[in-house]
Design a protein around this ligand. Structure first.
Ligand code: ADP
Ligand code: ASP
Ligand code: MG
Length: 440
């Protein structure tokens, strides 16, 4: 059994949805298909939630009506028969009435999660109507019945596996299942989600839960590229990556994958393929356990990083000092990405400033702190790159005109990371593309 996940752009236009149906129907293997919301929908739902949170009900209603119109136009092109159009209209009515009702109830964070869930619920239901119209047998599996996160917001594979196996056992003769990406239930049983871009995570969790033959992530580009194609003109697809390399690239900003979506597939050793819906014959990128060829594979960049420097001439060399500092971050559930130390100071980076003020207050007894916002981590990822000749030299040649703030080397054999002010990101990615790949 396999998993095929289609992202927002792959289902964002009626003709794309037609292509997706053709693609899954042409493949004889039993499968679970994971769908994202139509492109633009989750962003629109975020705006609706923000308007509702700010007591701007009229504005929220305007946004809801605009989105509803988009869906009305969408189904007119998606579906042929009046009967299926009628069913689709009822689905749209149900979900948009729900959104309007929400505006009349007191707003809360958990209600906001309900708002955000509407995108995936709509896309899967409308796709199911289209499959029905095409006479393609399938079952719609509600993700809210099996996908869950614990009190720490972490998905737990075992309960997901148990629930999913039980659900699937009811449909022994079915070979096509459709389900929602992104959405889940939390430990209180409320509707929740796996954070933005989370449909990739859903796909990987399902693939691990059912020990799928492969987890295919279908998107709008022919695989993981060697650099961010939104920033650098000439980039090329990487044929093969190890799980570790892909996980580092995803975590350090390669938007094609959700930051933590690799671990479930890796845990059950399910290969992940990144494929292009618009070019299904292109080889894409295969991510698997086997080490890939050695050398640099790709560069990724993660913005919104905050650097904190803690200076303490007295205490730094004392044992237990770093532990005490790290405990402050642990207390506020804030993970540290990079660390450097010297005799008199330690610098760390975080990507979540929600509790920054509290963290800084608790760091006061340890020394003086300085904070730098708007930093970017640029990661150079590959197999054994820390030991590959010339790589470090070329990286530093590419950085001659960049004020590098921190360097992380040696923590992993797959990654060399540098911290730079975000204003230098474009220049850095372009220079490294030239130096490491000979691409302009
Ligand atoms: P989906 O909606 O299918 O989940 P995403 O927009 O989340 O698609 O991810 C695909 C996009 O990721 C591409 O269109 C591309 O612009 C962007 N991207 C950023 N870095 C990379 C990279 N290294 N390789 C490929 N795509 C990348
Ligand atoms: N629809 C969600 C988002 O836009 C999840 C996803 O597309 O992966 O973030
Ligand atoms: Mg995505």
């Amino acid at each position: 059994m396999k998993v095929m996940k289609f992202g927002g752009t792959s289902v964002g236009k009626p003709e794309r949805m037609h292509d997706v149906a053709r693609l899954i129907n042409a493949d004889p293997e039993r499968k679970i298909v994971v769908l994202s919301a139509l492109s633009g929908t989750t962003n629109a739902l975020v705006e609706i939630g923000q308007a509702a949170a700010g007591f701007q009900r009229e504005q929220a209603q305007v946004l809801i009506n605009k989105l509803a119109n988009h869906y009305h136009a969408f189904i007119r092109q998606l579906l042929k028969t009046d009967a299926s159009q009628q069913i689709a209209l009822e689905i749209i009515k149900e979900h948009f009435e729900f959104l309007s009702i929400i505006l009349r109830i007191s707003f809360s964070e958990s209600l906001n999660k309900d708002i955000l869930a509407q995108g995936e619920l709509l896309s899967t239901k409308l796709f199911s109507v289209y499959l029905e119209e095409q006479g393609i047998p399938h079952v719609l599996l509600p993700a809210l019945e099996f996908m869950s996160i614990d009190a720490e917001d972490e998905p737990q594979l075992l309960p997901i596996r148990n629930r999913l196996t039980q659900l699937l056992s009811r449909y022994a003769d079915t070979s096509l299942f459709i389900t929602q990406g992104y959405i889940c239930r939390n430990s209180k049983g409320e509707v929740d989600n796996l954070k933005r871009g989370g449909s990739d995570y859903t796909a990987s969790l399902i693939a691990a839960a059912i020990r799928a033959s492969v987890c295919e992530i279908w998107t709008d580009i022919d695989g993981m590229h060697n650099n961010d194609p939104r920033i650098v003109k000439k980039t090329i697809a990487v044929e093969q990556l190890s799980f570790d390399e892909a996980a580092e690239l995803a975590y350090f900003g390669a938007k094609i994958l959700h930051p933590t979506c690799i671990w479930p597939a890796q845990q059950e050793n399910v290969p992940v393929k990144l494929l292009n819906t618009m070019q299904p014959a292109a080889p894409g990128t295969v991510i698997q356990k086997a080490p890939s060829a050695s050398g640099v594979k790709a560069i990724a960049a993660k913005d919104g990083i905050i650097a904190i420097n803690i200076k303490s001439s007295r205490m730094l060399l004392a044992y237990g000092f770093l532990r005490k500092i790290f405990e402050v971050f642990e207390k506020y559930k804030t993970s540290i990405d990079m660390v450097t130390t010297s005799e008199v100071a330690v610098s760390v980076t975080i990507d979540n400033g929600t509790n920054l003020k509290r963290i800084l207050r608790e760091l006061e007894p340890f020394g003086t702190t300085e904070v730098e916002n708007d930093q970017t981590i640029v990661s150079i990822v590959g197999n054994e790159i820390a030991e590959t000749k010339d790589v470090l030299g070329k990286i530093f040649e590419g950085l001659t005109e960049v004020p590098v703030r921190m360097v992380s080397y040696g923590g992993s054999k797959h990654n060399v990371s540098v911290l730079i002010p975000s204003g230098f990101k474009i220049k850095t990615l372009q220079a490294l593309n030239r130096k490491l790949f000979g691409l302009e």
